[in-house]
Structures are given as structure tokens and as C-alpha cells.
Write a protein that binds this ligand. Sequence first.
Ligand code: AHR
Length: 355
Amino acid sequence: MKRKVIATLMAMTMALGMMSVAASASETEGTDGEPLVIGFSQVGAESDWRTANTESMKSTFSEENGYELIFDDAQQKQENQLTAIRNFIQQEVDYILLAPVTETGWDTVLQEAKDAGIPVIIVDRMVDVSDDSLYTTWIGTDSLLEGRKAAEWLNAYATAKGIAPEDLHIVDIQGTIGSTAQIGRTQGLEEGVEKYGWDLLAQQSGEFTQAKGQEVMESMLKQYDNINVVYCENDNEAFGAIDAIEAAGKTVGTDIANGEILVISFDTTNAGLTDVLNGKIACDVECNPLHGPRAEALIKALEAGEEVEKLNYVDEEIFAYDDTVTTVTAVNSLEEEGEYAVTPITQEIIDGRAY
Ligand code: AHR
């Protein structure tokens, strides 16, 4: 089995978009002609998004594409991910792909991978490490930007409907606490609360699952009788929250003035966008899970001795039930301001999407 050392990571010069994903299988062979061995530590199977992500990784790093994939499902537990990474090191894999459950707690194990000369590619969420040479590169989404897009959409929507900021009574069903997706999306909402003066009633984790989203929403509905906005940090939490709202005899929708509860979500999975189409989710901010080909492009570039960007952000869209808001302006994690289109959803759009 091939072992290679990526000694030093220098200033990155190559944009991900320039990388070719279409190389032949033979280009993925190691120096000894064997398939490249990839160890992938996946968070778990907590959401539709995660299922799509796993599928993207498995179909990309397949035998027929010239890889041997060792896949490990950590069941949302960091300790399982640490064990998986140590197993990958023992097995002398060529690359480690890590989708980290939370941001912190990786320094020691990533140092072990570095000492073993195995490049680590972080996928989806980020790691917060003292020395960023502990991983080679990262590919994922800008969760803070996602949160800010959602907050700006809510402000524009409420303004257009003549709803005063203090009349927005919001609950936040957060993702897994300490994960990048939770940190960014929660921050985006909290900035909106600070900036516009909304009434944020409660925040609690729904752990990115439908069951927990439902449980948290049930309890919030018992505590507060004036909730009119539910900010769900992923689609599966939104499905659970909608079930809880309907079971309590209330209606989800965009007509806050007439007592409907407006749901905002993230991911834009097929089922999530279907709920946008039928008016149950008002706005869904994309978090694209199809990282397999992107991770492969990075590996091919590294195999070719090229430099890669340290941080590779994916472009994402915003979908809404109606066209009340057509664009939002938001600042991304690199502090660049951008204007983002809001697309009213159609069945045709849903049918044309890959997840
Ligand atoms: O890290 C991405 C998030 O994790 C997605 O929003 C969520 O659905 C998943 O579980």
C-alpha cells in the first residue's frame, strides 16, 4: 500500500472550480498500481441530508472508480470518530476523509494522522484546531452565510408584510451543539435578533433529527402560546416541528397575521423543498451535500502534486414558497458581502435536483 507524506501546506493557489473531476480510474491508483485506499469517518445517518452525503461519497469512491473505501458511521458520537480515524491510521490508508460531528477535540488524533503521513480532508463541518496544518484541506458549506441569508429573508418578508420586528416571536430548534452547521446558523439568527429587535423566545437543540425536532417543538408549544416563527436548523427538524405544530391543532404557513406559524429551514432536501412547495416551510436555505466529487477533485489534485485551497466553500441557493422576497444581501464567512437570489419553488425545480 502506498504511503505518502504531504510535508508542508503552502499558500493555496488553485481554485476548486479549476480542478478536473473527470480523470480516468487509472489516475486514482497509488504509486504501486493499487487502488487508492480512502478511510471516511461519517457523522452518522441523522438526516436526509446526511443520507445524500453518504451516497455521494460512496458512489464517488467506488471500486469501479478505482478506490477502496473504508466507510465508518460514527452514529453522531465523536468517540466513535476518534476510534475510526485511529483504525484508518493502523490500516495505512492513503487518505482520511473526516466529516466531524463537532468542531473541537480533534488536535490529538489529527496529529497522529499527520505523524503517520496521511493527508486528512475535512468534509462538510469544520474542525477548530490549534494548528491548521493538522489537516490538508476542507470542503463544505458556509453555515454562517446560510444563517445570515435566512435572517435577512425573515426581515425582508416581515417588512413586506407590515409585521413589526417585536411581533416576531421566534423559537430556534438548533442543530447538534458545537457543530459548524449549528454554530453558523444559530449565529445568523442571533445577529438578526440583535439587528432587528425580534423576540427570540427559546433555543434548544433538536440534534438535526426529526424525532428530536418534534419533541423540542412539542415542549416549546406548551411553554409559549405566541410562537409565530420556528427557525429549524435543518429539514428533518422542520418535519418534526411541523408534525408537532399540526398535532397541537395549529397551522403552519406564511400568514402570520392570521395565526399561521412560519417555518424556516436549511438543507433543501427533496422532502424539504416539497414542504416549501406545499407552503409548510416558508423559506429553505440550501446546504449542498454532494461532496463526493468535490473531495475526489481535491484528492486528484493532491495526487498530481498540485496545491489546493485550504478552505473550499460551495455555492448555494435559497428557495421560498412565494416571491415576496426576491433577493437578500448577506456577508459570508470571508467577510464578503453578496446579493443572493431567492427562488420561488416549483415542482420542476424539485424534479431537476439530484437530492
Ligand atoms: O452539517 C450539515 C448538517 O448536518 C445538515 O444541515 C444536516 O441535515 C446534517 O445532519
